[in-house]
Each structure stands twice: as structure tokens, then as C-alpha cells.
Design a protein around this ligand. Structure first.
Ligand code: GLN
Length: 407
């Protein structure tokens, strides 16, 4: 039997000649043979190895509100330490439904349209895995967060990446229209966008609604940076578009909004028929998300200032980093939301973006993510992504090193 037809290939190990019984080495046929360790882990290790300042991973290096920690500790002391209900603690689902209705206008029923997941990443995985069938096509836009395409492939479906336009990273709606076909099961959007930091506007959502009208296409909308939108702009997500909301799943994250990315709690909002399918997968992936945090978040969110102040906080950080980098050799791209800033370096270095980042980490002790990591075809426009979800001292120290960079 050839190895292409077996699911597992066993080869005898010859490493230990002394053993009489050869130990077989299990070599599974990989489902993702071309996928390595993700970029955040690889760059994270390099950052640590060189003791560099970490502007790579989108994770705050400043503490969350001590009140949130206290509420979590209180929940633990009150005995909320066993499994939460599969769909999430009801008071948190109610708090979310209330928030979304107030901010975006759409009513999601806490009973059958709101699901608490163990991170937004789990929400994305459960949604794609529940609703995309083998042979389906899923359209998404690159550069993109790195998990979309592999999750689609694991369903035996085909990821169809369309490139965001340069230099403004907008969706080419005509190209999307020409790409949609009867196999298209899902379109994934992301606003505010990681890594480009651009946002969709109301006209974009209208265009998406128009292109999906009278189809059975599901829209998966990654809105984990929903509360980080700058310059007085509003967040336009699927919950603010009554027509799109009927065919969409909104995925978001408590980690991003409350500076607790290690807590791994997110949520999916979707019409009941979609939620029913998502929960079928969620119940077997995680069963339920961590319990004490859910109780704490439900109480914490009662005060809207806990999330409504986020745009101001991050706009100050964006403006600080932009002003500190004015004297650097980088050309900074506009940043409308999220906590990422793109910077071009092609005019002063001919290195690939991966080599450039390695050099930056090794010689200047600052890390970033090379933008090519967000393209399946490795497109390299000589751009790096900085995260400014860092305290002021970190941003100042990083900027000082970056200003001394030479070609
Ligand atoms: N979302 C974060 C980023 O883009 C981190 C993701 C991760 O580390 N898996 O940096």
C-alpha cells in the first residue's frame, strides 16, 4: 500500500541499534503539510531570545483593570468554579445582547442567539467547522489573520483569498462579485482589520448585502477590535446592518476589549438557525468557556465606560507611536482602528520583510510581524506590522531604537 493511500505511515527507527525490537516512528499524513508554527509564536521566540521589545503580538503589556481581577476572584470565592452552561453564563449573554442592541441596533436573543466561546479563535473555528462543508468555497481577504484559511482547509473546503487593494487595503467589491459562485458557502470579513487597521463603512456593508442577497452565503464577521475605532468614526459591523445580520455571525473578544488576551473568552452572535449549528461544534470542542471570568465580565460590563473608553485609549497610543516615529526611516500607513500600525521600509532596505524583521530584532532589539505572513502566497510589499497595545515607556524605547535604523 503506498503512503498516499494510508492515513498513517510507519517506518522503523534505526536510531538505537542496540534494541532488538525496532521502535516504529509514527508519521501521520499531515492535514496541513505546508503549515508551520504560526508567526506569532516564531517571532515571539525570537523576541525572547534577543531580549527585544515586543511590538509583534497584539497583546497588551499593561495590566487590566484591578476591579476585573477582583470580580473574578470574588466569583471564584463564591464557588463559580465548575462547568458553565454550554452556551455561556446567562447574565453575560444578557449583558452582551443588551450592549449590542444599544450600540448597533440589532436584537440578539440571549437564549438562542448568543454563545460564549473559549476565545474568538474558538468562535471562528466552531463557526467555520459547523457551517462549511467539504467542497465548499470560502472567500476571504488578504492580508488576513492567519487562522482563516487553515480552518477552511481542515473542513475539506477551499479557501479563496482575494487581495485587498493597495495602498488603502479596501475590498474590491467588483472582484468579489465576479468570484462568488454556487459553491461559495461563506465570506469572511474583518473590521477593524488585522493587520491593515482599516475599517469598513456603511456603504461597504450595503455592497456586501447586495452581493449576497438571494444567496445562501453566510457572512462570518471577525469584529474583535469593534471598540477600537479612531478619529470619531463609528464601528460598522454586521449587527448594525439589519439585512446582513440575518445571514451573519459576529465573532468578538473580551480579551481584546478588556486587556486580558490570556483569558481566552469570546463570543458568537448569530440568528438562531446558525447558532444551533455553531453550538453543536462548540459543545464538543470546549463544552463551555471558563466560568469565573464569565460571572466577572457580566458584572463588569454593566458599566459601558469599561469598553467605550477604548478608542480614546488606543488613539492616544497610536498618535504617540506615530509622532515618535516621525524621525524614523519608515513610511507609516494610515491607521483607522485596531491596535496595529503598518510601516513601509522598501525605500531604505532591499531585504525581504522576514529578513528585515529578523535584522530588526537582532540588531535593534525591536520585534514586529512581517506582512507577508498574512498572505498565503507570501506577497511581500516590504511592510511590517507594529502593535501599539503597549505602555508608554515601551513605545518610547521601541521608537528610539527604530529611529536609529539604517538601510
Ligand atoms: N490577534 C493577535 C495578533 O494578531 C494575536 C494572535 C495570536 O497570537 N494567535 O497579533
Amino acid at each position: 500500500m503506498s503512503s498516499t493511500t494510508t492515513h498513517v505511515c510507519l517506518t522503523a527507527s534505526v536510531e538505537n541499534e542496540a534494541t532488538t525490537m525496532h521502535t516504529p516512528t509514527l508519521r501521520p499524513v499531515s492535514k496541513l503539510p505546508d503549515v508551520g508554527t504560526n508567526i506569532f509564536t516564531v517571532i515571539g521566540q525570537l523576541t525572547y531570545q534577543h531580549q527585544a521589545i515586543n511590538l509583534s503580538q497584539g497583546a497588551p503589556n499593561f495590566p487590566c483593570d484591578p476591579k476585573l481581577v477582583e470580580l473574578t476572584a470574588e466569583a471564584m470565592r463564591a464557588g463559580h468554579n465548575q462547568y458553565a452552561p454550554m452556551a455561556g453564563v446567562l447574565s453575560l449573554r444578557e449583558a452582551l445582547a443588551h450592549k449590542v442592541e444599544t450600540l448597533y441596533g440589532h436584537t440578539y436573543h440571549s437564549g438562542d442567539e448568543v454563545t460564549i466561546t473559549a476565545s474568538a479563535s474558538e468562535g471562528l473555528y466552531a463557526s467555520i467547522s459547523a457551517l462549511v462543508h467539504a467542497g465548499d468555497e470560502v472567500i476571504y481577504f488578504e492580508p488576513s489573520f492567519d487562522s482563516y484559511a487553515p480552518i477552511v482547509r481542515l473542513q475539506g473546503a477551499k479557501p479563496v483569498p482575494l487581495k485587498l487593494t493597495q495602498p488603502d487595503f479596501r475590498i474590491d467589491w467588483d472582484e468579489l462579485r465576479d468570484t462568488i459562485n454556487p459553491k461559495t458557502r461563506m465570506i469572511i470579513i474583518n473590521t477593524p482589520h488585522n493587520p491593515s487597521s482599516q475599517i469598513l463603512d456603511a456603504a461597504d456593508l450595503d455592497r456586501l448585502a447586495e452581493l449576497t442577497r438571494d444567496t445562501d452565503i453566510i457572512v462570518l464577521s471577525d469584529e474583535v477590535y469593534e471598540h477600537i475605532v479612531f478619529d470619531g468614526n463609528k464601528h460598522h459591523g454586521v449587527a448594525s446592518h439589519p439585512e446582513l445580520a440575518q445571514r451573519s455571525i459576529m465573532v468578538s473578544s473580551f480579551g481584546k476589549s478588556f486587556h486580558v488576551t490570556g483569558w481566552r473568552i469570546g463570543y458568537c452572535l448569530a440568528p438562531a438557525a446558525l447558532t444551533e449549528e455553531i453550538r453543536k461544534v462548540h459543545q464538543f470542542m470546549m463544552f463551555s468557556a471558563d466560568t469565573p471570568m464569565q460571572h466577572a465580565l457580566a458584572t463588569y460590563m454593566q458599566d459601558p465606560s469599561t469598553y467605550l473608553g477604548l478608542s480614546d485609549l488606543y488613539q492616544q497610543k497610536r498618535d504617540l507611536l506615530v509622532s515618535l516615529l516621525q524621525d524614523s526611516p519608515f513610511e507609516l500607513l494610515p491607521c483607522a482602528g485596531s491596535f496595529f500600525l503598518l510601516a513601509k521600509f522598501g525605500h531604505f532596505s532591499s531585504l525581504s520583510d522576514s529578513d528585515f524583521v529578523q535584522r530588526m530584532i537582532r540588531d535593534y532589539r525591536v520585534s514586529a510581524i512581517p506582512l507577508s505572513a498574512f498572505y498565503t502566497d507570501g506577497t511581500d510589499n516590504r511592510i511590517v506590522r507594529f502593535s501599539f497595545s503597549k505602555d508608554e515607556a515601551t513605545l518610547r524605547a521601541a521608537a528610539e531604537a527604530l529611529c536609529s535604523m539604517k538601510g
